[in-house]
Design a protein around this ligand. Sequence first.
Ligand SMILES: Nc1ncnc2c1ncn2[C@@H]1O[C@H](COP(=O)(O)OP(=O)(O)OP(=O)(O)O)[C@@H](O)[C@H]1O
Ligand SMILES: [Mg+2]
Length: 152
Amino acid sequence: MARERTFALIKPYGVQRGLIGEILSRFEAKGLKIVAMKTLVVSEDLAKSYYSEHIGKPFFEPLIHYITSGPSVAMVLEGDEAVKVVRKMMGKTSPTEADPGTIRGDFGLQIGRNIIHGSDSLTSAEREISLFFEANEIVDFERIDEQWLYGE
Ligand SMILES: Nc1ncnc2c1ncn2[C@@H]1O[C@H](COP(=O)(O)OP(=O)(O)OP(=O)(O)O)[C@@H](O)[C@H]1O
Ligand SMILES: [Mg+2]
């Protein structure tokens, strides 16, 4: 199993609903390490780079409007197979399809207002981390429970 870093963003609706702590505690309890985090209002330029794969789709403009509409919380999470683990914890894109127990499944109803993003591959993770963070904002540290978590 490979130790990975992935990117996650609690979107404006998640922040407005006071779900930052709930979401972070799920990641922490899972064993993922929060190696970078900040609150920011995503600018239109950043939003367009971040969601460039969706340019031309019918939901592109509403998506950019939503993601720039208020503060978001961006983070880098580290752990074994972090990309896959975070996607599974988030659930399917549409909150009505996402299983109960997942973040999207437990909070929200609208696909255009899902409350969290997570990178869908290691390549996307690297791209998104570098869009949102400078290298010196990401902190290398060891959690005291790591020997127990990984049996090292
Ligand atoms: N059919 C749709 N109608 C409205 N909004 C959509 C639709 N499909 C996707 N979106 C919005 O665009 C975002 C990006 O879509 P994508 O296909 O990348 O899904 P995702 O990878 O699960 O989500 P994200 O990239 O936000 O983590 C979704 O989170 C959702 O808010
Ligand atoms: Mg995506």
